[in-house]
Design a protein around this ligand. Structure first.
Ligand SMILES: C[S@@+](CC[C@H](N)C(=O)[O-])C[C@H]1O[C@@H](n2cnc3c(N)ncnc32)[C@H](O)[C@@H]1O
Length: 373
């Protein structure tokens, strides 16, 4: 089957590489997405192991339509009963750019009606809608008179890894954090250091990568488990196979933050992920973190909103200090940082050796590298 994995803008090539590594075929990248061919086993493995995918959609129909009635009719004609049974709850996840509908919600409503009516006619029963925890997520994409329908095989987005017990107001998305570690080409031998670790997302994703632990090792629920063709034995064999690939490499990660609240939060998340043995965590102002041996530094400084101890007016000063600390405290290291504050970034005052454009949610960001001598 042909499926499409969604990601953040800027991570398409990283995701395409991940898909290649697990054996995806005919891989094609487009904006914020990568197409590939797979069988059922690989679809399960993709959900379990891809670190930079947000969700994996399995397209089931596409068509052009003349008006709303025609739209309803063509959705009704899809043999939905082949994909799931009417006892399952459904939700229509919509992206609609079309003048044919009063509003996007109306397009979703018509889709739901067509599916429900089809089930009623075929089986006498109807699936009900669940907005919060649907078992079947149907992805509706409409552009003008073109419609594509897909089943979302992931359900909850794949950045929900299940290790997070505490949330930080400025936490980075798990998928983005994993993407940063992969883009930074960490060699897994050098100690990785995040001295503004917040809730610990970057250290946790790095540890999972370093140890080759699947990002979803704690997650129990995926939407494909509610599909009619779900093969429990196959799924269990995928879990076993992937967990056996865990590496015994001795990785080292150092995480610190100025805020005790952040440090406690990170410690809880790290413990919940079972990674306490690999990540040293400490409360410290980054200005006091100093090492003589080379480090692989990767961090996500405040962007300028009021976060913890950092106020808007001293953000420029903070970035200047980042430059000084990198230069003076980390000889022979490489440092990567991501920020969407371009003005503040200039204040670091060091020459970048790489600059990558990425998006942190809606925020256009720069992921930059400094080689420190
Ligand atoms: C954008 S947040 C990092 C979020 C983190 N990547 C996560 O996913 O939770 C920036 C962090 O920098 C910390 N910070 C601000 N000033 C600092 C300083 N002088 N030294 C160390 N940490 C600092 C803040 O406490 C905050 O947790």
């Amino acid at each position: 089957m042909k499926v499409i994995a969604k990601t953040f803008a800027g991570l398409e090539e990283v995701l395409a590489n991940e898909i290649k590594e697990i054996g995806g075929l005919n891989i094609k990248s487009e904006k914020r997405a990568v197409w590939f061919e797979c069988d059922k086993k690989l679809l399960y493995a993709a959900n379990y192991t891809l670190r930079t995918a947000l969700k994996i959609l399995a397209p089931i129909a596409e068509f052009q339509f003349k008006n709303v009635e025609d739209f309803y009719k063509k959705i009704y004609e899809v043999d939905w009963e082949n994909y799931f049974v009417e006892e399952k709850t459904i939700f229509i996840d919509k992206v609609v750019y079309s003048q044919m509908f009063k509003n996007t919600q109306f397009a979703a409503l018509k889709t739901k009606d067509a599916i429900v009516d089809r089930f009623k006619d075929k089986t006498g029963n109807r699936p009900s809608v669940d907005l919060k925890n649907p078992q079947i997520k149907i992805n509706l994409y409409v552009k003008d008179d073109f419609c594509s329908l897909a089943l979302d095989s992931s359900g909850n987005p794949l950045y929900k890894r299940s290790y997070r017990v505490k949330s930080h107001p400025a936490q980075i998305n798990e998928v983005l954090a994993a993407g940063l570690v992969l883009l930074s080409e960490w060699d897994k031998k050098t100690e990785l250091l995040d001295f503004m670790c917040g809730s610990g997302t970057i250290p946790i994703e790095a540890a999972l990568i370093g140890l080759n632990i699947p990002p979803q090792f704690k997650r129990k629920k995926f939407a494909f488990q509610n599909w009619k063709d779900y093969d429990k034995e196959l799924w269990e064999s995928v879990i076993e196979e992937q967990m056996n690939k865990q590496s015994l490499e001795l990785i080292k990660i150092f995480a610190s933050d100025i805020s005790q609240e952040s440090v406690d939060m990170a410690a809880e998340n790290i413990a919940n992920a079972g990674l306490s043995g690999y990540i040293t965590i400490r409360r410290s102002n980054f200005e006091n973190v100093k090492f003589n041996s080379p480090k692989h530094i990767l961090f996500n400084p405040p962007y300028g909103k009021r976060i913890g101890n950092t106020k808007e007016d001293n953000i420029l000063e903070l970035y200047k200090k980042i430059g000084d600390v990198l230069k003076n405290n980390f000889k022979k290291s490489q440092a990567w940082l991501i920020t969407s504050n371009m003005q503040a970034l200039k204040n670091v005052g060091l020459k970048t050796s790489k600059k990558i454009i990425l998006y942190n949610g809606p925020l256009e960001s720069r992921f930059v590298k400094y080689d420190l001598y």
